[in-house]
Design a binder for this molecule. Structure first.
Ligand SMILES: [Zn+2]
Length: 139
């Protein structure tokens, strides 16, 4: 399960961060890129279970989805997820109800193209990020 491995590494990073600074973390906001295959509920459960017996036991983990922007490798321009969704919805119409893609990043670039130059060669930030940390001094 990818979600568990990611949650584990976020927790380890946050533990180290808190110890180095001598702070209590109250809340961590984690964002998943909207085109990832990661399951929000599994991520939330993973944090709930993995934080036990760590310094983050009482910390809240908020997991949310963030919209992804895309960078064209061919013309260097940036475009939004909305543009991709629009293109994909046209593709889906041809398939009817049976959605073939489940929005795998690998498939997206073979169906969608840069709206400026038409290239399929684009990329996006697909890592899981820590967007915010609320903490208080341990003193
Ligand atoms: Zn382009």
């Amino acid at each position: 399960m990818h979600e568990w491995a990611i949650a584990m590494s976020v927790i380890q990073t946050m533990e180290k961060w808190a110890k180095e600074r001598g702070v209590n973390i109250m809340k961590v906001v984690v964002s998943l890129p909207s085109l990832s295959m990661l399951d929000l509920d599994i991520m939330r459960d993973a944090f709930k279970i993995l934080k036990k017996n760590t310094v983050l036991e009482n910390s809240e983990f908020e997991v949310r989805v963030r919209d992804t922007d895309f960078d064209c490798r061919n013309c260097g321009r940036r475009f939004s997820l909305e543009e991709i969704k629009r293109q994909l919805s046209e593709v889906f119409e041809n398939y009817g109800e049976e959605n073939p893609l489940h929005l795998l990043p690998a498939f997206v670039s073979s169906f969608a193209r840069c709206p400026f130059c038409g290239s399929h060669d684009f990329t996006s930030e697909l890592s899981v990020l820590v967007d915010g940390i609320d903490y208080e001094s341990d003193a």
